[in-house]
Design a protein around this ligand. Structure first.
Ligand SMILES: Cc1cc2nc3c(=O)[nH]c(=O)nc-3n(C[C@H](O)[C@H](O)[C@H](O)COP(=O)(O)OP(=O)(O)OC[C@H]3O[C@@H](n4cnc5c(N)ncnc54)[C@H](O)[C@@H]3O)c2cc1C
Length: 514
C-alpha cells in the first residue's frame, strides 16, 4: 500500500510556523552550530532574508533519521516523496533494518511484515541510504549529526520496559515480555535468554496485544509455528515446553483491556486450547456496553460471548479435547513474586485484589486489601515500555518516557524532530506510527520551506563517515543487509521457513567480510 498524504487535514490546522529565534535565544547558543562548532548567526531581519533567499529549498536538504523502524522509514518516505531533492540517511544501531517489524511483530503474523516491502522500496531510492551498526549517542552524538545535516529526526522507539517494582522481581523465571518476544524473534541481545518452560503455569502481567502475543506463542502447538520465521532455538524450546496454562492478568476490568479484537479472536480459536473466563467478571456488562465506542463495544461483546454463552456442539467438543488453556484474570495487581522453597526461582505471584474508582479513561484500580496467590513458574511482565534518553543534548521527559515535542518538533531545539514511539509513547500499531511519522515529515518540510532550517550546504554522511571511521565503527549498508537477507532466506529454505534469522552479530559481520 502506498500511503497518501492526509488531504483531509487542512493546511491551516498545522501549528503556526515559529518565528526565527530572537537574539537573546541565540545568545544561549540553541541555534544549530556549524561543523566547526561555530554558533548560528543572529536572527536579524537581514539574516532572515539572506536565510530565506539561500534557503535549503534551493539545495539538497541533507536530513538524517535515527532508527530504522516504521517511524524512521515512514518519515523518510514522506520526505523523499514530498521534496524532490531531499536526501535522507537512516542510522540504525542494529546490523539490520526494520525495528519492531522484524523483532516485535509475532512470527505467526507474517502479513503484518509486508510493510517491509514498502520500506525496502524507500531504501532503494538513490536519495536514501541506510547505515546500520551505528549506535547514535555512543558512536556518534546527536550534536555531531546536527552539525552534519540540515535536520535530524529521532525515531528510535521505546526499548526500555517498565519494571514491576515489586519484591522478588529479580528471581529467575521473571522476564519482561519484550525480552521473551526478542528471544523468539531473533533479537541478538535476547538470543541467550533460554527461558525455563518446564513449569505448567505461566502468568502474563498486562492485557495488551503484546501480552496476547506471548500467551499465544506459548500455547500454539509447535507444528503451527514450524513454517514461520520463529528462530529454530525458540521452536526447539517450545517443543519441549511443559506450559499448559497461561493466565493473562490485568489491574482493571473487561472494559479496560488494551488488546484488540483480532488478537482476542485468535486466542479464542487457538487450536488445542480452551478459554477460561469467569462469568462473574462480566456481570452487568451487557448494559454498560451500549455506552462505549463501537470498537470497544465489539471487543466486549466477543469477550461476553466467550465468557457467558454456551458453546455449540462442535466448539464444546473442541474445548473438551483441548490439552492447554488460557484465562483472563481481572482486578488483580502484582504485589510480590513468590519464591520456590529453596528461594532459587519464582514459584508464584501474589496479586492484590483491586476495585475500580473513577469513570471513563480516568478509571483507576485501587487495592481492596485482599490478596490472592497464584502458583506459576514463569512470569512475563508486559505492563508497558518507555523510551530512554540517548544523548544528553536532547531534552527528555523521564515521567512520560518520551522526547518533549510539538507535533514532532523537539521543544527548544531547532532542526531536531522526532517521530514514532519516542514521540508519542509506546502505544499504537504500525498504521498509527505511519500517520504520526507523516506529520513529522510534513512539519519538517514546512520549516524547511519557511527557511527555519540552517542555510548553506551540509556535508551529510561524508562528515559522519569520517567520524565513524576514526572511531573504528563500520556501518552496514542496505546492500549489505540484502546479502544477510539472502543468507537468511536460503537457510530457511530446507525447513520451508521464510527465513532462518541470523542471531550472532559477529557471524553477520564475518559474512559481510568484516
Ligand atoms: C512485541 C510487539 C509486537 C507488535 N506487533 C504489532 C503488530 O502485529 N501489528 C502492528 O501494527 N504493530 C505491532 N506492534 C507495534 C509496532 O511495532 C510499533 O507501532 C512500531 O514498531 C513503532 O515504530 P518505531 O519506529 O517508533 O519504533 P521501533 O520499531 O522500535 O524502531 C526503532 C528503531 O530504532 C533503533 N534504535 C534504537 N536506539 C537507537 C540508537 N541509539 N541509535 C540508532 N538506532 C537506534 C532500534 O534498533 C529500532 O530499529 C508491536 C509492538 C511490539 C512491542
Amino acid at each position: 500500500m502506498a500511503p497518501r498524504c492526509w488531504r483531509w487535514w487542512p493546511w491551516t490546522a498545522w501549528p503556526r510556523t515559529r518565528p526565527p529565534p530572537s537574539e537573546s535565544t541565540q545568545s544561549r547558543s540553541r541555534a544549530p552550530v556549524g561543523l566547526n562548532g561555530s554558533a548560528g548567526r543572529p536572527a536579524s531581519a537581514k539574516y532572515r532574508s539572506f536565510h530565506q533567499q539561500f534557503s535549503t529549498q534551493e539545495q539538497t536538504p541533507q536530513i538524517c533519521v535515527v532508527g530504522s523502524g516504521p517511524a524512521g522509514f515512514y518519515t523518510a518516505q514522506h520526505l523523499l516523496k514530498h521534496h524532490s531533492r531531499a536526501h535522507v540517511d537512516i542510522y540504525e544501531k542494529q546490523l539490520v533494518p526494520f525495528g519492531l517489524v522484524r523483532f516485535g511483530v509475532a512470527p505467526d503474523h507474517p502479513e503484518v511484515k509486508n510493510v517491509i516491502n514498502t520500506f525496502t522500496r524507500t531504501a532503494h531510492s538513490d536519495r536514501c541510504a541506510f547505515h546500520g551498526n551505528v549506535v547514535v549517542g555512543r558512536d556518534v552524538t546527536v550534536q555531531e549529526l546536527r552539525d552534519a545535516y540540515h535536520a535530524v529526526v529521532l525515531s528510535y522507539g521505546a526499548e526500555d520496559h517498565r519494571g514491576l517494582e515489586i519484591p522478588g522481581e529479580e528471581l529467575p523465571g521473571v522476564l519482561s515480555a519484550r525480552a521473551f518476544v526478542g528471544w523468539y524473534n531473533g533479537l541478538p541481545e535476547n538470543r541467550k535468554l533460554a527461558p525455563d518452560l518446564s513449569c505448567d503455569t505461566a502468568v502474563v502481567l498486562g492485557q495488551g496485544n503484546v501480552a496476547l502475543d506471548v500467551a499465544r506463542i506459548l500455547l500454539t502447538p509447535p507444528e503451527y509455528l514450524e513454517k514461520t520465521d520463529i528462530t529454530e532455538a525458540a521452536l526447539g524450546a517450545l517443543r519441549q515446553s511443559q506450559v499448559k496454562m497461561v493466565w493473562i492478568v490485568g489491574r482493571r476490568g473487561p472494559l479496560q483491556v488494551a488488546f484488540t479484537i483480532k488478537e482476542l479472536r485468535e486466542m479464542i480459536q487457538l487450536p488445542g486450547t480452551r478459554p477460561i473466563l469467569d462469568p462473574a467478571d462480566f456481570l452487568g456488562l451487557q448494559d454498560r456496553i451500549k455506552e462505549v465506542p463501537r470498537p470497544r463495544k465489539r471487543l466486549t461483546e466477543l469477550l461476553l460471548q466467550a465468557a457467558t454463552e454456551k458453546p455449540g456442539v462442535a466448539e464444546a467438543a473442541r474445548r473438551a479435547s483441548a490439552s492447554r488453556a488460557w484465562g483472563l484474570r481481572f482486578f488483580r495487581s502484582p504485589q510480590q513474586v513468590l519464591p520456590s522453597p529453596d528461594g532459587r526461582r519464582a514459584a508464584g505471584i501474589r496479586l492484590a485484589v483491586t476495585r475500580l474508582e473513577g469513570v471513563g479513561e480516568a478509571t483507576r484500580a485501587v487495592p481492596t486489601g485482599a490478596v490472592e496467590d497464584l502458583p506459576c513458574g514463569l512470569v512475563l511482565s508486559s505492563i508497558g515500555y518507555k523510551s530512554r534518553p540517548i544523548d544528553p543534548s536532547v531534552p527528555f521527559d523521564p515521567k512520560l518516557g518520551v522526547i518533549p515535542n510539538m507535533e514532532g518538533r523537539v521543544v527548544d531545539v531547532p532542526g531536531l524532530y522526532c517521530s514514532g514511539w519516542v514521540k508519542r509513547g509506546p502505544t499504537g500499531v504500525i498504521t498509527t506510527t505511519m500517520t504520526d511519522s507523516f506529520v513529522t515529515g510534513q512539519i519538517l518540510l514546512q520549516d524547511l520551506k519557511a527557511g527555519l532550517l540552517p542555510s548553506g550546504p551540509r556535508p551529510g554522511y561524508a562528515a559522519i563517515k569520517a567520524l565513524l571511521g576514526s572511531r573504528g565503527v563500520w556501518p552496514v549498508s542496505f546492500s549489505d543487509w540484502e546479502k544477510l537477507d539472502a543468507e537468511e532466506v536460503s537457510r530457511g529454505q530446507g525447513a520451508g521457513k521464510p527465513r532462518e534469522k541470523l542471531l550472532d552479530p559477529q557471524e553477520m559481520l564475518r559474512l559481510l567480510g568484516r
